[in-house]
Design a protein around this ligand. Structure first.
Ligand code: FAD
Length: 390
């Protein structure tokens, strides 16, 4: 292909442009992003940025990168349609409606916040973009009673920062435990105890059913009084345009081990893509910087070189909640069992053996676990203990 169009200028989309040039691709690259400004990293939005407000520190590459690498970057530009017959995307942005031809198209459209059926959600803040985080920083300037809907990573990271700033914080989580989709019950308990010790009030197993200017109504009739409410109840992949174009989607744009969609002229990556987990073969969709950037590297290598080995990266993830740095190596499905190896160190297992290792403030063990989980191996508890305690 000589013309690559990348839609979505987030972590994965930008990485695809960087890696294409690193791999010697000398065709045209166009990077299209719906947001204004330069591509930036999202993880600090619920962490350092809320405290320091340093937006420039989030920028992934300066404007000079796009010039020197001859990457055409179109911010404030939204893809409206994929015309697979003509191999064109239809865009809406500065200069109005236009069409752009591609030889290969990379979908890196990410996710958007899930809006559950809760009355009055217009009163709630979101935390997905730099603009969202800027609004939250302003709201945090005065002492507040804050309600957070959702006890997942983003809600809890925000809760930890807000509490540190002296605000009164209540987290409402419909599941009986925190981060239930992503971590073991033992790790949920660790973080539940930590947040409670900081003075964060937790309403577990309680669903929010309404939001108004004075707080949140819960499904048991109780109310959480709040001056402002953050909605952090998960996300939905941006797959509508792919679906409308007849590309296969199931919980994300479905891709194979080469990260190709059902159309061989179109790849998908990162938060919007559902891909075969190299270890288990199960289709998964991961919301992590690691998946977005490793996907991008594979797609770029394949386009630039014409072929590359199947995707085999070990998943890893982190979440900073106050002084607690959670790291997860590997990926465990909901049926995985757990073994508490030590305080703040949990191993998870499935039919294939060791599936994931969760650690708190223990980067050494996290790195060892990532090596142990590399494809081809099938580690067990003894192998993990050997690696950690040797
Ligand atoms: P994104 O970076 O979300 O980029 C997608 C882009 O596509 C967006 O800018 C969107 O505007 C654009 N787009 C969508 N549709 C269109 C369209 N039709 N036309 C043009 N552009 C479009 N991950 C971690 O690993 N660790 C963390 O600690 C962590 N913390 C996080 C904290 C917050 C507050 C958030 C929001 C996310 C966090 N993540 C974290 C997740 C991580 O940021 C994402 O997994 C990662 O950004 C995914 O990259 P992506 O390229 O797939 O999507």
């Amino acid at each position: 292909p000589s013309r690559v169009v990348i839609v979505g200028a987030g972590q994965g989309g930008l990485q695809a442009a960087i890696s294409l040039r690193q791999n010697g691709f000398d065709g045209a690259i166009t990077l299209i992003g719906a947001e204004p400004g330069l591509p930036y990293q999202r993880p600090p939005l619920s962490k350092a940025y809320l405290l320091d407000g340093k937006a420039e520190a989030l920028t992934l590459r300066p404007a000079s990168f796009f010039e020197s690498k001859q990457v055409t970057y179109l911010p404030d530009t939204r893809m409206l349609e994929i015309d697979r017959g003509a191999c064109e995307v239809r865009l809406d942005g500065v200069g109005g409606d236009r069409r752009l031809g591609y030889d290969h198209l990379i979908l890196a459209t990410g996710t958007r916040n899930l809006r559950p059926p809760i009355d009055g959600l217009e009163h709630a803040f979101d935390l997905r973009t730099l603009a969202d985080a800027g609004r939250l920083r302003e709201a945090l300037a005065a002492p507040r009673r804050i309600a957070v809907i959702g006890g997942g990573f983003i809600g809890l990271e925000f809760a930890a920062v807000a509490r540190k700033l002296g605000h009164e914080v209540r987290v409402i989580e419909a599941a009986p435990r925190l981060m239930a989709r992503a971590v073991s019950p033992a790790m949920s308990r660790h973080f539940e105890a930590w947040h409670r010790a900081q003075g964060v009030a937790l309403h577990l197993g309680r669903a929010a059913i309404g939001v108004d200017a004075a707080g949140v109504a819960l499904d048991d009739g109780a109310r959480v009084e709040a001056d402002f409410v953050l909605l952090a109840a998960g996300v939905r992949p941006n797959t509508e345009l792919a679906e409308a174009a007849g590309i296969e989607t199931v919980n994300g744009v479905s891709v194979d081990a080469q990260l190709l969609t059902s159309d061989p002229a179109i790849s998908a990556l990162g938060d919007c893509a559902s891909f075969p987990d190299p270890r288990s073969g199960a289709m998964v969709r991961l919301e992590s910087v690691q998946a977005a950037t490793d996907h991008a590297r594979l797609i770029a290598a394949r386009i630039a070189k014409g072929a590359c080995p199947d995707y085999a990266a070990v998943p890893w993830f982190w979440s900073d909640q106050g002084d607690q740095k959670l790291q997860i190596a590997g990926f465990a499905g909901p049926a995985a069992t757990e073994e508490v190896v030590a305080d703040g160190l949990v191993a998870r297992f499935d039919a294939g053996g060791l599936a994931a290792v969760e650690t708190v403030n223990n980067a050494r063990t996290h790195m060892k676990a990532r090596r142990l989980l590399a494809p081809g191996g099938s580690a067990d508890l003894a192998a993990l203990k050997d690696a950690i305690f040797a």
